[in-house]
Design a protein around this ligand. Structure first.
Ligand code: FEO
Length: 395
């Protein structure tokens, strides 16, 4: 079913209320999601993006109920990832030869995923445009590495809608489609989670891209991403927020993430939380057991933090496997401008703290010298070390 967006633009995507995971099981979905596709019906009829392959039959059927597919003059593929391109094979089987406008890298990703099917690609670059009649144009803006090398945004003049694809999106199902109809808390929570877990590694590129988009002087009146709510009310608020998030963002928060074997490391984590609060009551302190917490939610808390502390006992001359996977993900996300500390209990060899410190350094954190290595169970001197670590994290 189409939903009216603005002018002669309709939403023709898929609201994925049941989705629980994304990117395999690497990104948790708590509030549904959507794959947004858009239909523009001016003198030319244009489809912007499609939906994920499991919904392709429904997508094509719905589209056929709305228009004669042969009326589609061309398709814009802003991004080759299969959540947006997955219905292209089914659609282009029905309308072979329909031009597909995309970046050169998108040709590579689409042919890589679906094979060389002789699709009628038209490669575009930033600033290039195409007339769609009624005095309106589509202008293309390459969004390289936001978040794939093939990513692109498309601006519709006249209606002044930026179809931004993944940028400015959220994994959040909003049947009413618009930001002014969405639950504001969930909208911002999901927008930040999306940024922290997907876009943060590319934050320096994003800063430059936002400047470049600014210089294009596009009179943006609406931002229509490929996931979640469309930014209709004050659309530039999400652009301003991205500018803030992309500049090594932090709040007055410290996040403690740990796993434990026999509760010793858990005791240290809780002692650290209490000490941080005692020393700085206004600082938000959050504690997570890594093995029992959603890693995407915890990484969002790390993103908000000015410092983190990671704890693990020593096991087999290393840290726990739950912590190892988490640390690898932490490194991938390339957080900047944050302090870090390590702590943990041990019985015999006690390597975990040093290894955690090394890994935190590799992940780009400013690792403080203070740490807590507690043999067997935390004792008085260990809690004194917790206090020193808390002071240094807050300094
Ligand atoms: Fe929503 Fe990069 O795909």
């Amino acid at each position: 079913m189409r939903k009216h967006i603005k002018g002669n633009v309709s939403w023709v995507g898929y609201i994925d209320w049941e989705l629980e995971w994304f990117h395999g099981e690497d990104y948790s979905i708590k509030n549904g999601s959507s794959q947004n596709a858009y239909l523009i019906e001016e003198e030319k009829t244009v489809l912007i993006d499609t939906v994920w392959r499991p919904h392709s039959s429904e997508f094509v059927k719905n589209l056929e109920e709305e228009i004669d597919l042969h009326k589609i003059d061309f398709i814009v593929a802003n991004h080759g990832e299969c959540d947006h391109s997955g219905s292209l094979p089914a659609l282009l089987e029905k309308i072979p030869g329909t031009p597909v406008y995309c970046t050169a890298n998108a040709v590579r990703s689409l042919e890589g995923q679906y094979g060389k099917r002789g699709w009628n690609f038209h490669v575009v670059k930033t600033g290039e445009g195409i007339d769609i009649g009624n005095g309106k144009k589509l202008i293309f803006v390459e969004m390289r590495m936001l978040h794939w090398p093939d990513s692109m945004a498309t601006f519709l003049t006249g209606d002044n809608i930026l179809f931004s694809n993944d940028a400015f999106g959220q994994h959040y199902a909003v049947e009413e489609l618009f930001n002014d109809k969405a639950d504001t808390c969930l909208l911002w929570k999901e927008a930040m989670k999306y940024f922290a877990n997907i876009l943060n590694p590319f934050a320096p590129i994003l800063v430059r891209k936002l400047e470049e988009i600014g210089k294009l002087n596009l009179p943006i009146e609406m931002i229509a991403p490929s996931h979640g709510a469309i930014w209709r009310e004050d659309p530039l608020q999400i652009v301003r927020k991205y500018a803030e998030w992309a500049e090594a963002y932090q709040e007055d928060q410290i996040t403690i993430a740990y796993d434990t074997m026999w509760e010793g490391t858990a005791k240290l984590a809780h002692a650290l939380a209490e000490e941080l609060h005692r020393l700085s009551p206004d600082t938000v302190v959050k504690v997570f057991n890594i093995a029992r917490s959603d890693k995407n939610e915890v990484m969002t808390e790390v993103f908000r933090s000015r410092a983190i502390a990671v704890g693990s006992p020593t096991v087999s001359n290393s840290y726990l496997s739950s912590v190892a996977g988490w640390m690898e993900f932490l490194k991938q996300l390339k957080f900047r401008n944050k302090k870090a500390a390590a702590f943990g209990c041990y019985g015999w060899s006690g390597e975990s703290v040093k290894l955690l410190q090394d890994k935190l350094g590799e992940a780009g954190f400013a690792v403080i010298g203070e740490n807590v290595r507690s043999q067997w169970n935390p004792e008085e001197e260990d809690f004194a070390a917790v206090s020193a670590m808390a002071k240094s994290l807050l300094a």
